[in-house]
Design a binder for this molecule. Structure first.
Ligand SMILES: Cc1ncc(COP(=O)(O)O)c(C=O)c1O
Length: 378
């Protein structure tokens, strides 16, 4: 069985240049970066170099980067850290319906502490209307959290427009950029964000590391209290090993521009699917405002999970999940008002640096072979 990996939005392999930087650090630079003697000096230098590399990819300052354990922690720190820093006042938070659970769950948690959360709807392509954000603002709005790109559909939100509104009204603005960093431009000043979350394993760094960009002047209550690591925003001795991996991955993301090649492959896949299946395949997400690597398609009238099961050696995702013995359409597609008979057939193919034309053509050959067994149109 020849394996075809098309699940880069779930996780990426570690880039060889990243592991080359990390490998010696398993044994070297073991000193505590905070110790202040010869053994810590190298560790501290490597940590700060990594911080600079992450900052450079975002157009930020190194002291605006807080290392975390990943995207979930970065989101939790942004949301809970903002809320608990202003505990004395009423707080209204604006978000939208297709956020990742790593945003929705912390917000549900904050509702238990009195936060009022507005969940804005999205249109059929998964985008939120910036004017709806403007209209949702109240005198008590303290935070807006809107993801940059959606993990299932790749739909990119109008962050710049929302950033302008947030700035006009002096409201703190967070974006979950776990899916967009390394895939499209994520300059914090252009986006107009105050907080931005990164997940290392989505951009060819290892799992277990991420970062939160925190604009200078933004005060957060830490999630982890202790000593003054990470400018007092996350206690615990830093992992130089993991930080160096993330730093190198960020530098590689700036240097290796595979975006056009990946987008061409993704578009070739979409065009070929249309040729094979005609109207019985539908695109989920925005045709234009979308990550270049992501193709979420519905095999109309089929079950996405069954399509995947019949593909030999293909790693991809379906948005639907089994709840209490019933297969349900993903909450993201539901929020986009996609009907069940379309949404249940959704499959997400997400491409990456390792994807080849040959892999896409082998996938298409398999799909062509199973097409005959698909239910006939009613
Ligand atoms: C949009 C988005 N946010 C947050 C996360 C969570 O990141 P991590 O797995 O690093 O905690 C993911 C991962 O799937 C994601 O896609």
């Amino acid at each position: 069985m020849a394996r075809i990996y098309l699940d880069y939005n779930a996780s990426t392999p570690i880039d060889p240049a990243v592991s080359a930087v990390m490998q010696p650090l398993l044994h070297e630079a073991f000193g505590n970066p905070s110790s202040g003697h010869w053994a810590s000096r190298n560790a501290k230098e490597l940590l700060e170099r990594a911080r600079g590399q992450v900052a450079a990819l975002l157009g930020a300052q190194p002291d605006e980067i807080v290392f975390t354990s990943g995207g979930s922690e970065a989101n939790n720190l942004a949301l809970k850290g903002s809320f608990f820093a202003k505990l004395h006042q009423e707080q209204h938070i604006i978000t939208q319906a297709t956020e990742h659970p790593a945003v929705l769950k912390p917000l549900a948690f904050l509702e238990r502490f009195g936060a009022i959360v507005t969940y804005l709807p999205v249109d059929g392509s998964g985008r939120v209307d910036p004017e709806a954000v403007r209209r949702a603002i109240t005198p008590r709005t303290t935070l807006i959290s809107i993801m940059h790109a959606n993990n299932e559909t790749g739909t990119v939100q109008p962050i710049e427009a929302i950033g302008e509104i947030a700035r006009e009204r002096a409201i703190r603005f967070h974006t979950d950029a776990a899916q967009s960093v390394g895939k499209i431009a994520t300059w914090v000043d252009e986006l107009g964000v105050d907080l931005l979350s990164i997940a290392g394993h989505k951009l060819y760094a290892p799992k277990g590391v991420g970062a939160l960009y925190v604009r200078r002047g933004i005060v957060l209550e830490p999630l982890i209290h202790g000593a003054g690591h990470e400018h007092g925003q996350r206690a615990g001795t830093e992992s130089v090993l993991l930080a160096a991996g993330l730093g190198e991955a960020c530098q590689r993301a700036a240097e290796v521009d595979s975006r056009v090649r990946i987008q061409e492959l993704r578009d070739h896949l979409w065009r070929s699917l249309r040729t094979l299946f005609g109207d019985r395949v539908a695109l989920n997400g925005h045709l234009e405002y979308r990550l270049p690597n992501t193709l979420n398609v519905s095999f109309v009238g089929e079950m996405g999970s069954e399509v995947l099961t019949r593909l030999d050696g293909v790693a991809a995702s379906t948005g639907s999940a089994c709840h209490a013995g019933r297969v349900e359409i993903s909450p993201v597609l539901r929020a986009m008002n996609i009907p069940d008979y379309v949404g249940l057939g959704a499959v997400r193919f997400s491409l990456g640096r390792g994807t080849t034309r040959d892999e896409i053509d082998r996938l298409l050959a398999q799909l062509a072979a199973i097409r005959r067994s698909f239910a006939s149109p009613t």
